[in-house]
Design a protein around this ligand. Structure first.
Ligand code: SUG
Length: 416
């Protein structure tokens, strides 16, 4: 049966705070902090456990091999000898944010009836620009069944950040949908990481129907306030678009285009005078998983605990739930370690509409497997990493061994 599966990126043993993402307020403000990779990964496992307990199908992706010696080799250096900024870029555990792994178009949207995945090039940020090779290798294993087509990235310099800038409206996940690509235009203080040419290339490659494909410009105000991806200010699920008033460049025109392409849409808009962009971005209100709960339970919002701690945000949400809006239930989850690098619950997952039986079962989670993952993390992930630790050859060996232990436990050592 076709269903939405959320694949979460398991948080890798090199998780650290190097302040690498310009335009990402959390990453910049936590630069130099001591990270807690073990606690971070366990928070991620708990989130998966939580969603599984709600009855939602859950998968996962593995951390990539870091520090990335192969990438440093292309720069004629090594983890031991690299300059500190390159070393930090090689150590980043940023593949945890699976929403940036790929753009996914379900089979129902494509002219060839195939589920298409294009791995993101993440070309704008050096520390993320070398994720795609490892991610592509993994997607090719997980989605090897011929119901899927896994594509290499669009070429740089056309920046593509994957599903974080892509939304889908539909009458049920298995039905044909309207796909919305949101791009930014550069020139401001912070970079626009999703380029229109990249989005259009993906839509062509995925053989989407132009009448059911929209390209909307993200507002400059949102980018400059720190919304480095659209999923920091908007999220969609089935007929519902949950969005901030200032998410799109031309709000009225964007809403009109959306309504014309998908008349059944229900736009749930949070006005700027109820929740300003700074509160929306700091709390990650929109970087939430908007999910259809099983057995007609309506929609739930899996959001970071920071949203509960932000008065304007929580007031708006409680009023919405009390007022019988489409979001019926709120589920705060603790992903603080990821949040401090700008990654909320929605960043940590990639949505794929598929029959779980067509996915390599090694990537599908159940309670027992999550227990095993948690055990490996507890035994092997470093407790803390300070910025000076990245120069340690011993730590580099330990984190490699930690990842290898996880891959072996999951019978995925072919990806070592
Ligand atoms: O690309 N942070 C990530 C956060 C990605 C969030 N994803 C979505 N919004 N979907 C980024 O900016 C911080 C890394 C550092 O500073 O070490 C980082 O890469």
């Amino acid at each position: 049966m076709l269903t939405e599966i959320n694949f979460d990126g398991i948080i890798g043993p090199t998780h650290n705070y190097a302040g690498l993402s310009r335009g990402n307020v959390a990453s910049a403000s936590h630069a130099g902090d001591v990270s807690q990779p073990r606690a971070a990964a366990l928070q991620g496992v708990e989130k998966m456990r939580h969603n599984l307990a709600l009855g939602l199908p859950q998968g996962f992706f593995l951390p990539l091999d870091r520090p990335d010696a192969k990438w440093l080799d292309t720069l004629a250096t090594t983890p031991d000898t690299a300059e500190p900024h390159l070393r930090a870029q090689a150590w980043s555990a940023s593949s945890m944010w699976a929403a940036n792994a790929a753009t996914v178009s379900p089979a129902a949207d494509s002219a060839d009836g195939t589920c298409h995945l294009t791995v993101a090039n993440l070309a704008t940020m050096p520390h993320r620009s070398h994720e795609w090779q490892g991610t592509l290798a993994q997607l090719r294993v997980a989605f090897a069944d011929p119901v899927f087509a896994v594509h290499a990235p669009v070429p740089a310099p056309f920046g593509d950040e994957g599903a974080a800038n892509h939304m889908r409206l539909c009458d049920g996940h298995a039905a044909p949908g309207v796909e919305i690509f949101v791009y930014g235009v550069g020139g401001g203080r912070f970079p626009a990481r999703q380029h229109l040419d990249a989005s259009k290339a993906i839509a062509r490659r995925h053989r989407l129907d132009p009448a059911r494909t929209l390209f909307l410009r993200q507002s400059d105000i949102a980018i400059q306030a720190g919304a480095f991806h659209n999923d920091v200010v908007a999220v969609a699920n089935e007929r519902v678009l949950f969005t901030h008033e200032q998410a799109f460049h031309d709000r009225a025109a964007a809403h009109a285009e959306i309504r014309a392409a998908f008349p059944a849409v229900e736009i749930v808009e949070v006005p700027a005078d109820a929740v300003g962009l700074p509160d929306a971005i700091q709390s990650y209100l929109f970087n939430a998983q908007l999910v259809s709960l099983p057995d007609g339970g309506g929609m739930g919002l899996i959001l970071p605990t920071e949203a509960q701690g932000t008065a304007s945000v929580w007031q708006w949400l409680e009023a919405h739930v009390a007022g019988n809006g489409p979001i019926r239930k709120l589920f705060p989850v603790d992903v603080r370690q990821s949040m401090a690098n700008g990654g909320g619950p929605a960043c940590l997952r990639l949505r794929v509409v598929a029959d779980p039986g067509t996915v390599d079962p090694r990537f599908i989670a159940d309670e027992a497997k999550l227990d095993r993952i948690a055990q490996v993390v507890a035994a092997h992930w470093p407790e803390a990493i300070a910025s000076g630790d990245l120069a340690s050859a011993a730590l580099a060996r330990d984190v490699r061994a930690a990842r290898a232990a996880l891959l072996e436990t999951l019978d995925l050592d072919e990806l070592l």
